[in-house]
Structures are given as structure tokens and as C-alpha cells.
Design a protein around this ligand. Structure first.
Ligand SMILES: Cc1cc2nc3c(=O)[nH]c(=O)nc-3n(C[C@H](O)[C@H](O)[C@H](O)COP(=O)(O)O)c2cc1C
Length: 342
């Protein structure tokens, strides 16, 4: 990955501008927000710095109109960035108060974070902050080593603290049913040329200098393959192969879990984003990797069947698998300067 695009991951607490202006300090803290995961690594966020506040604004020009026509995952991605920002604020001595969707006349304004001095972070929050530059999506097959139940309880607590639920898929039948939905999702999505075109447009060569999108390294493919991947994806329906691989990953991962919310509104999507960020960071603290198999949540008919399979009231938002395996390189990020509105 190009030097410039990986630079944001070098953020470290040691260089917080203690004697800098309020704006310099907030820009530094936004360096943690932009490391959040986002669908196709679109980073669909803008930030506006004001007097004792930061606004989080959806950048809908980065939406994925085929896979995410209602911007559900776009708002989840922004929610993940919001959680990282809140965490960083507290860890550097600020109190944060979040007002979700504060202005009906500005629907892209997802949240206003009011900032005051005097925040105190717990040891757990400090550990979560330190995990931000280590977290990354890991699409490799995980080792057979089980994830301890005590960590699964901590992940459920992390989700609940952000008003979401974390349902671990248990039992052979439930797991087989969810894995089958993932495979069906792959076949349906890949059969659609518009889905493939959209995915291909966010695939990047390994040596990309662009600050967004997904290099081949994130999929375990080599440099040359990463160059031709967009053409192959655009041209061929590889749904059957993808389905078989994802089904195997879903069946074989130590943990398969669904993060959901009671409602399915933009407010709930913002909460789901904060919850998934917190869950992934809590897992990363214990060196547990995660990756997503969201296909069933992206196709309404499959989402209905996923709800029936889980038998859990509410709405599934994210489908993840968790386990142990050394992660690959980071994906690129756009620098803070590119996402702060003047
Ligand atoms: C809302 C959302 C949906 C995602 N869905 C998928 C998915 O279905 N499959 C997948 O492989 N990755 C998925 N991802 C992971 C992103 O591709 C990943 O976060 C992005 O490429 C940035 O990489 P990083 O997580 O390593 O920082 C999703 C991420 C988010 C936030």
C-alpha cells in the first residue's frame, strides 16, 4: 500500500497537541474517527468543526446505490466513525454529548457532538482507543481455537451499551441456515451486473495511492491479481465460487454472530454503527479478528428470512464472524484534511 494512504494508521497518543488550539486538538482526535470501518471502504463521512462541537455529516456522494440503496450501511459506517470520535474525546479529557439528527432541515447532519472539558476515560476505554490503529477487517479463515465465552459476554455488553444487541449464532441448525442465506446472497448479488460494477469500482491495486477503496491485500490476492480484479469482477459472475467459499467460512469460523437493533430507522442505524465499532474494538483488545458476511442483510427477502431464523425481535444490521488469525495490511484512508468541511 502506498505510504501516503497508510499514514493515518500511525496515529499515536504521544503526539496529541497538548498546547495546540481547540481546532488542532479536534483535528488530531478526528484522526481516530477516520480509522473506522466502512462498507467498501467508502468512508462516507464529513466533519464540521464548530465552537465546542463537531458535526458528523453523511457524504451521500459516496453511497453504494446498488448494494445499499437506502444508505443503511452508509449511516452504520458513519456511526462507527462517531464511536471512535467519542472514545478519543473521552480518552483525551473531554466530555461528549451526542445529539443524533439534531436538525430536520439538514437530514445529512447525522449527529452533533457537544464537547466540554472534564472527561475521564476508564482503563477499558483507554484499551479500546489503543486498539483503533490495530483493528482491521480480516477475511482469512480463522484458526480452530475457540473464542472464550467471557469475551462473547463482553461483546454483548459492548453492543448493549450502544443500544444494540449481539446474538451469537449457536447450534448446527441455526448456523447451517445462516450460512445458506449468506451463500444465497452471494449468488443473487453476483448475478447482478450492477452489483459487480459497483464492487469493481471500489477495488484497488495493491500499490494504490488513493485513500479509499479495497486493495487486493484485504482479500489475500497478489499484486498482479489485484490489478486485474476489477475487470474480472465486472465481467464474470463468480457467485457460485464466492458462495461456496463464504459458506465454508461461515460454517468454520469459531464465532458467527449478528448485531442488531430493535428499530430499523436511521437513528437505529447510527446506533448500530457505534455498537459495531465498540464490539470490534473490544474483540481487537483480545487480538480477536473479525470480518463481515453482510449479504443477507443487503437483500430484503433474505433479511426477512434471517430474522425468522434468528427468532430475535428486532432487525439484524451486521453479520460478522470472529476468530484468531494474524491480520494482513491496513486498507487506505483519506487524511483528516480531506474530510473536514471548511
Ligand atoms: C456497514 C459495513 C458493511 C460491511 N460489509 C462487508 C461485507 O459484507 N463483506 C466484507 O468483506 N466486508 C464488509 N465490510 C468491511 C469493509 O469492507 C472494511 O471495513 C473496509 O474495507 C475498511 O477496511 P478495514 O475494516 O480493514 O479498516 C463492511 C463494513 C461496514 C462498516
Amino acid at each position: 500500500m502506498a505510504e501516503q494512504a497508510s499514514e493515518p494508521w500511525r496515529v499515536t497518543e504521544r503526539v496529541f497537541p497538548t498546547s495546540g488550539s481547540a481546532e488542532e486538538q479536534l483535528r488530531f482526535l478526528l484522526g481516530y474517527a477516520i480509522l473506522a470501518p466502512s462498507s467498501h471502504n467508502t468512508q462516507p463521512w464529513h466533519f464540521r468543526i464548530g465552537e465546542s462541537r463537531v458535526d458528523l455529516i453523511a457524504d451521500r456522494s459516496r453511497g453504494l446505490s446498488v448494494v445499499d440503496p437506502d444508505d443503511r450501511e452508509l449511516i452504520i459506517s458513519c456511526g462507527a466513525a462517531l464511536y471512535n470520535l467519542r472514545l478519543a474525546l473521552r480518552c483525551f479529557g473531554f466530555q461528549d454529548t451526542v445529539e443524533p439528527f439534531p436538525d430536520h432541515n439538514e437530514p445529512d447532519l447525522l449527529a452533533r457532538v457537544r464537547i466540554a472539558p472534564g472527561g475521564v476515560a476508564s482503563a477499558e476505554e483507554q484499551a479500546l482507543l489503543a486498539a483503533i490503529p490495530r483493528r482491521r477487517t480480516n477475511r482469512a479463515a480463522f484458526a480452530e481455537r475457540p473464542v472464550p465465552p467471557i469475551l462473547l459476554d463482553a461483546l454483548a455488553d459492548a453492543a448493549a451499551a450502544e443500544r444494540a444487541w449481539f446474538h451469537v449464532v449457536t447450534g448446527q441448525r441455526e448456523r447451517a441456515a445462516v450460512a445458506a442465506l449468506i451463500a444465497e446472497g452471494d449468488r443473487l448479488q453476483w448475478a447482478d451486473p450492477a452489483f459487480r460494477r459497483e464492487l469493481a469500482s471500489w477495488m484497488r491495486a495493491d500499490w494504490t495511492t488513493r485513500g479509499d477503496g479495497m486493495p487486493g491485500t484485504g482479500f489475500g490476492i497478489g499484486e498482479i491479481e489485484s490489478l486485474v480484479a476489477p475487470v474480472l469482477i465486472r465481467t464474470f459472475d463468480m457467485g457460485r465460487g464466492r458462495a461456496a467459499k463464504d459458506q465454508e467460512l461461515a460454517l468454520g469460523s469459531p464465532v458467527l454472530a449478528v448485531l442488531g437493533t430493535d428499530a430499523d430507522t436511521p437513528e437505529a442505524h447510527l446506533e448500530a454503527g457505534q455498537a459495531i465499532a465498540r464490539v470490534l474494538l473490544r474483540a481487537a483488545v483480545d487480538d480477536v479478528s473479525a470480518s463481515f458476511l453482510n449479504q443477507p442483510n443487503e437483500i430484503p427477502a433474505l433479511r426477512t428470512r434471517l430474522r425468522e431464523t434468528l427468532g430475535h425481535p428486532g432487525w439484524p444490521q451486521m453479520l460478522v464472524r470472529l476468530g484468531y488469525e494474524s491480520p494482513g495490511p491496513h486498507t487506505p484512508r483519506r487524511p483528516v484534511a480531506d474530510v473536514v468541511l471548511q
